[in-house]
Design a protein around this ligand. Sequence first.
Ligand code: FES
Length: 108
Amino acid sequence: MAYREMCDLATLKRRKKMKKTRGDTPVLLIHHEEKVYALSDRCPHRKASLYKGGFKDGIVKCPHHGAQIDIKTGEIVQKPKIAFFSVKTQAAKTYAVKIQDGKVFVDL
Ligand code: FES
């Protein structure tokens, strides 16, 4: 594990969320309440891009089956639903973040 540079903090603040890929790891970066959070951009259910989903009040919503994920912990706060049935899924992977010299770094 090592910290990798992802983006400028000012750009992330302006856009609110960004998707960056390092190697074969897609990372969703979110600026929320003056902090930066990083989690895998692959939904833990069936790998959809969470970047393409919604974001509100610290929760990302997967665009495919509606799983809702806490960006601070990666915990599933609402399970995915397929044909009205809730499906159990594991938590999303989160990454440690540090800010240095106006840049966002993520421990991958
Ligand atoms: S792929 Fe995200 S909820 Fe199914």
